[in-house]
Design a protein around this ligand. Structure first.
Ligand code: ADP
Length: 399
């Protein structure tokens, strides 16, 4: 069985084709600049040369057509015909309270995803365009949707409700949803397998730290709490997002600086975080480099970033009345030994003992970076959200 995984954004579409017999990736790629001039398709077939084609791609229907053309291309393709694709799995950012797991796409499911446009105005409409584009190009292929929020639907009310008038929850569904759920789910499961222990027996904190970043407390094998909230702005300090701030700052600044709602939103989402404090970049590599060259603002940004990760780990250890496993994943979590070292060095009282040599090593495999004496197992687990989407799609289509 072959599954095509699609992550559709407003002007881009990423894809990965899996052979589910051995979960191998047959090809992957992306379409960029959809709807702009000079759209680019980058196609990477396994065992063949990468190809880049620049052309005009006005909409998602054409983007999916270009992907299917590439997959069946005489020279660069990996399929004899599109009939070989048995199912398509889509990443969907927001599943609200309706979707507690992945589901087959039906007209009711599409309606529900549309109802959630308000909660994820930048993402869900783009995902919907992806679904429609697949329907147009491959009308008989079943589609499955996998939600970033679904894994966190197990959170108790104490974790997901905000202490604001409850009418706002009833009327507008204002609550914590959490994101990166596919990643937290994938790495927590993988970490338990790595440790050869049932996930249900572990008290785990997973740190997904990339451009966007979130921590999750995993208790009894389920998400118990997570740092992102109603939107992906809450929680940790990120590349360009502020994370937690005093909410009263928003109306105060809007008033003082005469900002519109959009400008305030943009300030917190695009001009804050590491970028704002370092004044250099939102990219951890560049900030670390500048810090190592003696830049004070870069050091402050790094220190604040680390401090906030530590605070969440401590908070979740208290929330779960313990912690025995700490997992780092995503771009920064998987690659920055400096960040992992700084975080772990600051919370040794919990029983963390980092093995500096193991921490400094690079690998694409899940690995332990704590010493045998460490009370808390510290792991680096490369995330693979696409694989989890492919697995869910396969399971659901198989019935
Ligand atoms: P996204 O949230 O966009 O998926 P990623 O998970 O790819 O982001 O993470 C991107 C971040 O990972 C960037 O800040 C980048 O600097 C950081 N990163 C990637 N490689 C390294 C590295 N070798 N050392 C430190 N940071 C890294």
């Amino acid at each position: 069985m072959k599954v095509l995984v699609i992550n559709a954004g407003s002007s881009s579409l990423k894809y990965q084709l899996y052979d589910m017999r051995d979960e191998s990736v047959l090809a992957s790629g992306r379409v960029e600049r959809i709807g702009m001039d000079s759209s680019i398709v980058t196609h990477e077939p396994a065992d063949k040369q990468e190809v880049r084609v620049v052309s005009e791609i006005l909409d998602h229907v054409t983007a999916v057509k270009r992907v299917t053309d590439m997959l069946t291309h005489k020279e660069h393709g990996v399929l004899a015909s599109m009939n070989e694709i048995d199912a398509v799995g889509h990443r969907i950012v927001h599943g609200g309270e309706v979707f507690k797991g992945s589901v087959l796409v039906t007209s009711e499911v599409k309606l529900e995803i549309r109802r959630l446009f308000d909660l994820a105005p930048l993402h869900n409409p783009a995902h919907m365009m992806g679904i429609t584009a697949v329907e147009t190009n491959m009308p008989n292929v079943p589609q499955v949707v996998v939600f970033d929020t679904a894994f966190h639907q197990t959170m108790p009310k104490t974790s997901y409700l905000y202490p604001i008038p409850t009418v706002l929850y009833r009327r507008h569904k204002i609550r914590r949803y959490g994101f990166h759920g596919t990643s937290h789910s994938y790495v927590s499961d993988k970490a338990a397998r790595f440790l050869k222990k049932p996930l249900e027996s572990l008290k785990m904190v997973t740190c997904h730290i990339g451009n966007g970043a979130s921590c999750a407390a995993i208790l009894d094998g389920k998400s118990f709490d997570t740092s992102m909230g109603m939107t992906p702005l809450e929680g940790l300090m990120m590349g360009t997002r502020s994370g937690d701030i005093d909410p009263a700052i928003v109306p105060f600044v809007m008033n003082k600086e005469e900002l519109t709602l959009n400008e305030a939103n943009s300030m917190l989402n695009k001009h804050s975080g590491m970028l704002a404090i370092s004044g250099i970049s939102s990219d951890m590599r560049e900030v670390t480099e500048a810090m190592n060259e003696g830049d004070k603002n870069a050091k402050l940004a790094f220190d604040m970033y680390v401090y906030r990760v530590k605070k969440y780990i401590g908070a979740y250890a208290a929330a779960m009345n313990g912690i025995d496993t700490l997992v780092f994943t995503a771009g920064v979590g998987e690659n920055s030994s400096d960040l992992r070292k700084a975080v772990c060095e600051g919370i040794t009282f919990l029983g963390i003992e980092l093995d500096e040599e193991l921490n400094a090593k690079r690998s694409k495999e899940a690995r332990e970076i704590s010493t045998p004496n460490s009370r808390i197992k510290v792991l680096v687990v490369p995330t693979n959200e696409e694989l989890l989407i492919a697995r869910d799609t396969y399971k659901i289509v198989q019935g």
